[in-house]
Design a protein around this ligand. Sequence first.
Ligand code: SAM
Length: 395
Amino acid sequence: MEPHDSDTGQPPPPPQLPPSQQQQHEEQQQPQQPLPQQKPPQPPQQQPQQQHARASSPSPTVATVEAPTIEVASQPGEEDEFDLTDDPFNDGSTSVTSSVYACTYERGRRYQCFKNGRYPIPNDDQEQDREDMKHAMLMELTDGTLFFSPVGDNPQSILDIGTGTAILTLATQVGDKYPSARVCGIDLTPIQPLWVPPNVEFLVDDCEQDWLVRNVDLVHFRFMAVILKDISIVMEHAYECLRPGGWIEFQELMGVPSCDDGTMPEDDPFVRLYATAGKAWAKLGLSTTIAARLEPYLRDAGFTNVHCKVLKVPIGVWAKDKTMRLIGLYQKRAVDEFISTFAGRPFEALGLDPTAVQIDLALARQSIDDISVHRYFPYYFWYAQKPASPADYGT
Ligand SMILES: C[S@@+](CC[C@H](N)C(=O)[O-])C[C@H]1O[C@@H](n2cnc3c(N)ncnc32)[C@H](O)[C@@H]1O
């Protein structure tokens, strides 16, 4: 398997173009290196040449929603603005104990053993809490929208790939929302809750291997593109398992701290840290900037009707709007915890001096406390369709 990208940590800037220029912009976002060798997508028998032509031609249309600018607060919010009196995640449900499955411990963090080394991030309680917090953040950001794919009111089958904790995430909630659907969450690591709606089930599996499920209405990925080694093969699997007209969706953070108003210095320690992380991910055969560049992979797998929505997520409580400040608080806490995991497998892969790494981490943490610097992460929401009929090819 080839890595899908050799990330250098020098990613492209987030899109700031008007919609009329967006297609050109996205063409410029094509990977700098040729795409890895890809099996041709599997179209219906009668259309093989049409399929091939579509995969290699420039994108005909991408429905793009430009990211709205975040207004800056004129003064800081109250210190206790987001203090909690109750734990919002303590809903009394029981999680599967992973003690039945072997794990390894490194630097005080727990990592899964299934496909050991495959996933460079811990799977312990701390990481699971962080994932749930990110879910709460995204629900604020999207006003409770679990996915943007227009699957209608009665989807029959939904797959959530890399479902993670699933306790507050898509698989469980979609299970409640769409009683008609069988919802299956797939993950390398068995951290999903036991008590779920009857139409929800979980599988421990590697999504880069063959998928057995077929006739699915929606395949959903969130925070996954950045940890898939062979995204082309995963998209091919998704294409095969979808029914004609079914949807694929990716909700992804682009790992490049950005700023629109010049308040972020060039030598910003947080930016430097993420640049190093980009190199570490590349060393592991992964990419921190793949979120912005999914279109050619979607098209080469055979998907059409490609949509891309970009939203800016503030890092810290610098936004004027109160909801955006809450989102910024969640994002800051999420990265604050996440960057400590860089010191583990990712920066070990670069052979960095552990003491120097701890200093860089401390400087980066300190820098995101400063709300006079208006950093944000661009979030990309891609959704696209398996052609419903031969007439839909190439749209
Ligand atoms: C960043 S978490 C995202 C969790 C979830 N999608 C969410 O948004 O809350 C990534 C998850 O993907 C899982 N994962 C990583 N590589 C995988 C693979 N090849 N196949 C299946 N799951 C994988 C990890 O175990 C982890 O639970």
